[in-house]
Design a protein around this ligand. Structure first.
Ligand code: HEM
Length: 229
């Protein structure tokens, strides 16, 4: 047997075995199986019964305009029609619906002692005022118009203990807390407890997470120095 004949026999055997049409290309024969695809846009409801089913024919020939099955069929037809409603649905194709109830109101958390602040005294209001107002000027002017940092002794600090003129020392820095009183989430009275004295310990005992500089940094007017220096 010649080598060429053997090769031809083998080729025809393979084609028969695999039931391959010689005209078909490799891609057509061995194409990848089509995988089912999921479209998140596809929210059409399949029509049931099928449009040309006997069940549907029987339904339509009957004159029972108010029957439950017809109403349900009409509803499905409406849903499955390509015409979209003029008002877009708020649901998603995954069946997730937005919450219809109002969000829960903030609960009183035990151990927290925030007070109800006056209108215009929210933390955001304070942030705006803090960044647009010179919080040091009034007190420094009282001290003689000095715009540099003051050197304040404990006895001098003690004299600034009224609401209109309240200073406190925090970590060695002196702050004018008068403008902040109305904005303090813990209330005016609690903040006044540190007026005229070193409030560092009380501050950190109450809220160690609060960043002093971020809240009242611009209200810093001086540094605390020892009494006899
Ligand atoms: C200049 C000093 C102070 C500053 C800048 C300050 C700032 C703040 C800030 C930003 C909050 C809100 C904290 C939060 O939302 O988590 C707060 C809450 C509070 N502060 Fe102060 N504070 C000062 C001094 C004090 C002092 C001396 C006391 C107590 C004697 C005090 C008592 C409170 C209380 C009770 C709250 C409510 C805490 C809570 O959420 O339960 N604060 N303060």
């Amino acid at each position: 047997m010649a080598a060429g004949e053997s090769s031809n026999d083998l080729a025809s055997l393979r084609a028969e075995d695999l039931d391959i049409d010689a005209e078909e290309s490799y891609e057509e024969v061995f194409k990848k199986p089509e995988l089912p695809t999921v479209s998140i846009e596809d929210d059409d409801v399949p029509m049931f019964p099928a449009p040309n089913s006997a069940q549907r024919q029987a339904e339509s020939s009957r004159d029972v305009s108010t029957s439950k099955s017809q109403r349900s069929m009409l509803a499905r037809e409406l849903l499955s029609s390509k015409q979209k409603p003029s008002v877009p649905s708020r649901g998603t194709s995954l069946g997730l619906q937005p919450p219809t109830s109002t969000p829960p109101t903030r609960l009183n958390v035990p151990g927290r002692n925030k007070v109800a602040l006056q209108p215009g005294c929210s933390p955001l209001d304070w942030a705006r005022i803090k960044n647009t107002t010179d919080l040091r000027v009034c007190n420094i002017l009282i001290q003689g118009g000095v715009t540099s940092l003051l050197r304040v002794t404990p006895s001098e600090l003690k004299q600034h203990n009224t609401r209109s003129d309240a200073w406190t020392a925090l970590e060695g820095k002196i702050y004018n807390i008068s403008p902040y009183l109305r904005f303090h989430p813990g209330g005016t009275d609690t903040l006044m407890r540190v007026a005229g004295r070193d409030g560092t310990r009380l501050f950190y005992l109450t809220h160690s997470w609060v960043n002093i500089d971020a809240i009242i940094g611009p209200a810093m007017i001086g540094v605390l120095i020892p009494e006899h220096s």
